[in-house]
Design a protein around this ligand. Structure first.
Ligand SMILES: [Zn+2]
Length: 234
């Protein structure tokens, strides 16, 4: 019997996406006693506007930053799949890798990127979101999808829910209360020093606060993260 389990998998295209999209919600889940594991699909090697930064160095820096941010939030483990930033593809191998992780960790909830945000949306975000949706249904569920995984005792698994971050505003159907966890979200984001320049940090935090207030409009709490929630019918 496989002992590596998690209540929640956060499957993210780049190091830092999970903090922008879902960190406040992740802390809420951890506080409820849920075990959360991050899967970071790409290596983040293109995340710089400085031509003098060597991609291999950036990969190591970003891995360290992501581990620190995850630790700040109480995430149990971070797994880096190491696909090249801006060059991830919707391949059968990538889909199978996600299915393998779903069947290993057997989460009730997966948090990932909404692939259906329109027009200007990072290609990696579109691809990861799509592959995760396909992996959840039907590939993780169906016994004949991967007979070789069954041979390894990676049995079919049904995920109950998906929460997809950064949907179109009109697609937001779940607003998660992050009033008490917003400060920790900012603390985790500050770990991503290679991504958020110090000179821009205050401005960005102000923008994030305004956005969180806007997302909580009409709710009985002050700050929110917004998701497209998919409850699965099985
Ligand atoms: Zn990203």
């Amino acid at each position: 019997m496989n002992k590596k389990t998690a209540d929640v998998l956060v499957i993210t295209p780049h190091p830092d996406d999970a903090e922008f999209g879902a960190a406040g919600t992740v802390v809420n889940l951890v506080r409820k006693g849920k075990e959360v594991v991050y899967i970071v699909c790409t290596d983040g090697s293109k995340g710089t506007d400085d031509i003098n930064v060597i991609p291999e160095d950036l990969v190591k820096i970003r891995e360290k930053e992501q581990r620190e941010a995850a630790k700040t939030l109480g995430v149990k483990d971070v797994i880096f799949l190491g696909y090249e930033d801006q060059n991830i593809n919707e391949t059968p191998e990538f889909r199978k890798e996600i299915v393998r992780l779903i069947r290993t960790y057997r989460p009730e909830l997966i948090i990932s990127s909404d692939p259906y945000r329109r027009y200007i949306w990072h290609r990696d975000h579109r691809i990861v979101g799509r592959v995760v949706l396909d992996a959840v249904f039907p590939y993780a569920r169906d016994v004949w999808a991967y007979p070789d995984l069954i041979q390894e005792d990676l049995q079919p698994h049904n995920v109950n829910e998906m929460w997809l971050w950064a949907p179109e505003d009109s697609d937001i159907n779940f607003r998660s209360d992050i009033t008490d966890t917003f400060d920790i979200k900012l603390k985790a984001l500050r770990c991503h020093k290679s991504q958020i320049k110090e000179s821009f940090s205050a401005e960005m935090e102000k923008w994030l606060c305004t956005r969180a207030k806007d997302l909580a409009e009409g709710e009985d709490f002050k700050l929110a993260e917004g998701f497209h929630r998919v409850e699965i019918w099985w």
